[in-house]
Design a protein around this ligand. Structure first.
Ligand code: GLA
Length: 702
């Protein structure tokens, strides 16, 4: 059993394959963090718990150095709490002490430690699920009101993580629309750095992932502590750093404008927050997370189909005949899934109307969708559809019938963004309506794939019909509503796969990846810009989840001219899609594309399910190199893309990784055979000529 318990000291050790997570109960009954780092196989070796310091001095403990596993605001604690509660008598101080624990076995063994308030009937159970092979600990908390009077929760984060003193270098992902998941790294000084979203959705601006190191970690080496939150609404990761170099990272549902009335007998379960430790740098951290997502989180396994999406080809100007021609062309390229994007429903001829009316537009598809889907199916492809269920245009039948179904403050105008408003998914009638129309659509049609979009952040998040002390629950109830809908749809229509999208990559997180196999990463389809967005994305999420379309220049967001091979190579580094107007492609382009699609299908299992190594970063120079290695290390792929060709410099030598040193490989970059050791130690050379040039090298064990 990889979860050890030392009864005498009341400490636990969670043993991963090469790491240990240790926690224990102090003399006052408080649950404290002991250790997170490289393996300590003997539980006796876990460090002793520092005794609590006398509370009468200014030097007393009270911040990150105390290392409470679940710090509650109360007593002399001044750091970032995971819990802030007000009890029915007005007392605003929580004191959690150890009550008992349970260990359960299973695919992922789990430790649950029960804490209880010393006076009030509030129980907090902290859950730790261990994914041994990936050295990942998944944490969540369950709060239960075991009394009768309500308890107001004003802050319920999921977990606090700790790193050794002095690990003050923070890496995180931030960005913007069309420029998501950019990588930032900084040495942090005393104070608090908060990564968060307050937009109702995960957001383009920050992604709920973090890493900390001592300042010496590289892509390949050094200790890295990292974590990612499974929450798709307002989230917060607070990195609290004191003047002695202690660091505490607390995260979960954002406490901003949040409160929750926990009625007697009620329970509140937080989203999960996964964390891990590696000695193999940022690359090792990514690979561990990737494997966790691939093996334990995503709803399906196996290679994802090559997809065609008509958005950049036709925008709202959809007509059946043209889509039909596009489908024929797509099928001739080897595409496996044909997706009709926005514009197929209601009076949706532009973004000003129709959103909310999920019935087929008879001007666009005169005989409904069925004949068109049959045509797509007869061409040998599956069919997929775009929806944006959480939204409504004021110019829609849905809004005219139910103007009270949106979030609003009665005395404020409803701010429209992209001419739309957000439906109140806290309301059960709204969720039931959406389930009814979406499930109906899926029952009546042969649909295999849904792209679930969400094209604006929240504003005026009021729920006037709810009791005053429940109104701030909308932030959480909305996300639960989305999850509930996805879960119900998934149960009723298990064959249907989902893609998460929010104006590009505005809702990419581990919460959505429980339901969606893939994400639309960005509305920016420029093949060079994408290298930066994809690199950041790959820090946290595996290539299988990263949907990348080959696009034409000058579309939706912009996009520069680039050779078709470069555009394909840039997109083949994730799940491949095609988003161009195929009726405009020449026979030559079609021929090249056909070959690339065929090649992709041959190698996609390595890309989508293998381990990824970021060999040369686009941030570091004009050459990007990314390698993928099959789990059994017998096959590998290397993508090399060059943005410019300054001073006629050759492509730098590329040192491969993850191969078996003693095995002999064939590579398409060299004549003859070569050992894994040579490819990794003396490296390999590729030659690329000119701007935006690229190649894909195949490496196969003999
Ligand atoms: C968002 C998505 C796009 C497309 C449009 C449709 O911007 O990111 O891919 O689906 O909506 O309106």
């Amino acid at each position: 059993m990889p979860i050890l318990f030392d009864e005498e000291r009341c400490v636990w050790a969670l043993q991963g394959s090469v790491s240990t997570y240790g926690l224990g109960v102090d003399v006052e009954g408080c649950l404290r963090h002991l250790y997170h780092g490289a393996s300590l196989p003997r539980i006796e070796d876990l460090p002793a718990i520092d005794p609590p310091s006398p509370p009468q001095t200014f030097e007393s403990l009270g911040g990150p150095e105390v290392r409470y596993e679940y710090p509650a605001w109360g007593g002399m604690f001044y750091g970032e709490p995971c819990l802030k509660a007000t009890f029915s008598d007005g007392v605003r101080d929580a004191q959690l002490v150890y009550e008992g624990h349970r260990v359960s076995d299973g695919a992922a063994p789990e430790l649950a430690v029960d804490l209880r308030d010393t006076h009030y009937p509030l129980r907090v159970s902290l859950h730790y699920r261990l994914f041994e092979e990936q050295d990942i600990v998944e944490r969540y908390a369950v709060l239960k009101n075991e009394g009768e009077d309500p308890i107001m929760l004003e802050d319920v984060l999921t977990a606090a993580w700790y790193v050794p003193q002095g690990c003050g270098y923070l890496t995180h992902l931030a960005g913007r629309f069309a420029g998501e998941t950019q990588v930032y790294r900084e040495g942090i000084s005393p104070g608090k750095k908060v990564l968060e979203s307050r937009r109702g959705v995960t957001s383009h601006h920050a992604n709920p992932w973090f890493a900390l190191d001592r300042g010496n970690a590289t892509e390949d080496t050094g200790e890295v502590w990292f974590g990612a939150l499974a929450w798709s609404g307002n989230w917060k990761i607070a990195v609290d750093h004191d003047a002695h170099g202690h660091v505490q990272v607390s995260g979960g549902i954002n406490d901003f404008d949040f409160s929750w009335r926990l009625d007697g007998g009620g329970e509140f379960t937080t989203p999960t927050f996964v964390g891990g430790h590696t000695r193999e740098g940022f690359g090792g951290a990514s690979r561990n997370l990737h494997r966790y997502v691939l093996d334990h989180l995503l709803p399906s396994k196996g290679p994802l189909p090559v997809l065609y999406n008509s958005w950049e080809a036709t925008y709202f100007d959809i007509n059946e005949e043209e889509q039909g021609k596009m489908a024929e062309k797509a099928a001739s390229l080897g595409v496996e899934l044909f997706v009709v994007d926005d514009g197929w429903f209601g009076e949706r001829h532009d973004d000003r109307r129709g959103l909310g009316d999920w019935r087929v537009n008879r001007e666009t598809f005169s005989n409904g969708l069925k004949p068109f889907i049959e045509k797509v199916r007869s061409l040998g492809m599956d069919f997929g559809l775009w929806v944006e269920p959480e939204m409504v245009n004021p110019d829609s039948d849905l809004y005219r019938e139910h103007p009270d179904w949106i979030y609003r403050f009665p005395t404020r105008p409803n701010t429209e963004s992209r001419n739309q408003l957000v439906l109140n998914l806290a309301k059960v009638e709204v969720r039931n309506h959406l389930f009814g129309v979406l499930s109906g659509l899926l029952s009546e049609h042969d649909i295999s794939f849904i792209k679930w979009d969400m094209n604006r952040p929240f504003s005026e998040p009021g729920w006037p019909q709810a009791p005053r002390d429940r109104q701030r629950e909308v932030w959480v109830r909305h996300v639960w509503g989305v999850y509930e809908l996805l879960e119900r749809l998934h149960k009723r229509h298990p064959r249907v796969a989902f893609e998460t999208c929010s104006g590009g990559g505005g809702r990419v997180d581990l919460g959505m990846f429980r339901f969606a196999d893939q994400a639309w990463v960005s509305d920016n389809t420029d093949p060079y810009d994408r290298l930066f967005i994809q690199e950041g994305f790959s820090i946290a999420y595996p290539a299988r989840t990263m949907m990348c379309w080959v696009a034409d220049p000058g579309k939706w967001v912009r996009g520069r001219e680039a050779p078709i091979t470069y555009r394909f190579h840039s997109s083949m580094m994730g799940s491949l899609g095609i988003g161009v107007n195929l009726t405009e492609w020449s026979e030559k382009e079609m021929g090249e594309a056909r070959e690339m699609v065929e090649k992709y299908k041959e190698v996609r299992d390595v890309i989508q399910e293998g381990d990824q190594y970021r060999l040369l970063s686009p941030r570091a120079g004009d050459t990007t190199a990314v390698q993928y290695v099959s789990r059994d290390r017998s096959r590998s792929l290397l993508f090399v893309l060059r943005s410019s060709h300054r001073f006629a410099d050759p492509v730098p030598t590329i040192y491969l990784r993850g191969l078996k040193p003693d095995c002999i490989y064939r590579t398409t970059a060299e004549v003859g055979k070569v050992s894994g050791a040579a490819l990794m130690r003396r490296g390999t050379k590729v030659s690329l000529d000119g701007e935006l040039s690229s190649t894909m090298v195949e490496i196969t064990e003999e």
